[in-house]
Write a protein that binds this ligand. Sequence first.
Ligand SMILES: [Zn+2]
Length: 286
Amino acid sequence: VSGLDLAIDGPPAFLSSLEAARRGRLYPSVILHGGSFEKRRDAALLLARAVLCEAEIASRPCGACRHCRRIAWPDSDSQRFHPDATWLLRDLKTSTSVEATRALMQAAQMAPFEARGQVFVIANAETLTPEAANAMLKVLEEPPVRAPRNFLLLAPSRLDLLPTLRSRSLSIFLGAAEPLDRAEIEDRAARLARSLVDFRRDGSPLHLILAAGDLADDAGFQDARAAEPWARAAATVLRVGERFEGEDRRALLDLSQELLAAAEWRLRGITAERIVEGLVSRHLAR
Ligand SMILES: [Zn+2]
């Protein structure tokens, strides 16, 4: 039986949690933050497999047993499915729905189907609504009745999660976000500036909404500690604005100021998507 190719690597805090997971002693709620989305996803897969693997402790996750082989990221291979490893993916652009979170919490009240425990992975924990986060807190406060269960919360930064959720979870920082691509940020910011001018011309909000989504998607903006991408985007918009006159110029200078202030919001745990959404709706309202 050929196993999966598992690269077991990571910062010391992650490796010691992996060791705890092998022994069935992983903290009930773990926040995996920092790194790239792929890094967080791979770390969650390793932990989930280590928790449910049936090989001897030292070789968990083995990558070959009936549990390891079926635990997969849901969109990567639909053939692989494990009933005791549940994934909650973001289904809307900016949030993880309350209904989906509620269904997940109900599953957490049940006994495992075939493994010795259950793992619940929330892929974009930064998009949990306060209501969903509170539902989860309630579950965390009740000890599991039948078998161990682990929640893995993935987010660009732990600051994106409610303080109450952070205080009940073990945070593992997976390293700085991928170095941001400056040229890419400047391109996207320039597109946003041009879209604002187009919007002012023909009144179609679509230009602005698409360009804004495009900007917030850049990995550089996901890192809560990074003020630089916002400053760089603000400078680009300012530069574009200087080529215009009158009302257009004023609108672009306003947008530049707003982008500059956005780093502060990001630090308070507001997601990049929400910030850009707010910024766009302010312009649409004018
Ligand atoms: Zn295994």
